[in-house]
Write a protein that binds this ligand. Structure first.
Ligand code: GLY
Length: 346
């Protein structure tokens, strides 16, 4: 059983065991050879499943395995893959991004730029990449100065989302995905909020419904504003603070955990349902408070991609299920960030 969610030019197949059940899709989208870009963790747990599947489908393939973690989303790793592919792959070959957000972003950027673009199939393996990064066509790598500062939009040909793959995640990585799930719930969907508040979802429960709801919310936003000129900015609720925390922690705090902290900060200042938001954050071990100096937070967060030279963009949710965009000049932003910082450490 699986659902097909169409996002512009491509389908997202969502469901337990979708990888097996939707195997005919995979076959129909791969014209020639495939390079499966993955990381050591995913390779360890899921290499066999993918290898057998591609053999069964008679798809010529090999695995390209990177180190796990944000440090792989860099120019040198990108360059290594491109040099490797340039000796072995052609324009009719396909990149399969088989992993979490780092693999999806890096492999997506490789697919977007190798020989000016080859086909890409996203097969996310973490909850965060299932509900967020594999959908919406963002790809990229980091610079030393900040996250995702180089990249482009690249539609995948297909995205297969199989929550069965979540069972092997360690708890910290699984909970990371709930940072983004809670974002969708707080900003856009009170029913989703009630669903995750009344059930404590674990990696052993069926996450298909939660994933499907999040992907549908994201699809509806991406269809309105793929290039993030307007409403797509709302998907960045809590992210201004989150990206700064990730950077200041040298990426030891994972994205979803940092987003959860950003949500906590923003909700404590602005959301009338803050006690409910905090309860949900606690349920998923996402209520940790991080303490970095306000001046460093300010400097790093100014480099967020959403900002322009004169304006800082913050997403505000005043009650669960709703959000809006607030544009501030730098002085006002510094003052508000100071209030938020003081408020969360009180
Ligand atoms: N992660 C936010 C977005 O895709 O727009």
């Amino acid at each position: 059983m699986y659902s097909v969610i169409n996002v512009e030019s491509y389908d997202c197949i969502v469901g337990l065991d979708a990888l097996n059940n939707a195997r005919s899709y995979l076959k129909s989208y791969i014209k020639s050879k495939a390079i499966v870009i993955t990381d050591e963790n995913v390779y360890k747990y899921h290499y066999k499943t993918m290898d057998i599947l591609l053999d069964d489908l008679e798809i010529e393939h090999e695995f390209y395995v990177i180190s796990p973690g944000e440090s792989s989303k860099c120019f040198s790793e990108y360059e290594k893959i491109m040099e490797y592919m340039s000796l072995r792959y052609h324009r009719d070959d396909t990149v399969i991004a088989f992993g979490g957000g780092v693999v999806g972003d890096l492999a997506g950027f490789v697919a977007a730029t190798f020989m000016r673009g080859v086909d890409l199939i996203q097969i996310p393996t973490t909850l965060l990449s299932m509900v967020d990064s594999s959908v919406g066509s963002k790809t990229g790598i980091d610079l030393k100065t900040g996250k995702n500062l180089v990249g482009c939009f690249k539609d995948p040909a297909l995205c297969i989302i199989d929550p069965l793959l979540l069972k092997t995640l360690d708890d910290y990585v699984f909970e990371d995905g709930f940072g983004e799930v809670i974002k969708y719930a707080v900003c856009f969907d009170k029913e989703l909020f009630e669903l995750i508040k009344s059930n404590r979802f674990t990696k052993h429960k069926n996450l298909s419904e939660v994933v499907e709801i999040c992907v549908t919310i994201k699809k509806n936003i991406v269809l309105q504003d793929k290039l993030e000129n307007d409403v797509r900015k709302m998907l960045n609720y809590g992210h201004t603070i989150a990206h700064a925390i990730e950077k200041l922690s040298d990426y030891t705090v994972m994205h979803g955990h940092a987003v959860a902290y950003g949500i906590n900060c923003m909700a404590k200042k602005y959301n009338e349902d803050y006690s409910d938001v905090l309860e949900v954050l606690k349920m998923y071990n996402l209520d940790k408070i991080y303490d970095y100096p306000i001046d460093e937070l300010y400097d790093v967060s100014l480099r967020d991609k959403k900002n322009t030279k004169d304006e800082v963009v913050l997403i505000i949710s005043e009650k669960v299920g709703e959000c809006s965009i607030l544009k501030l000049n730098k002085n006002d932003y510094r003052k508000i960030l100071g209030d938020i910082h003081e408020n969360i450490h009180r």
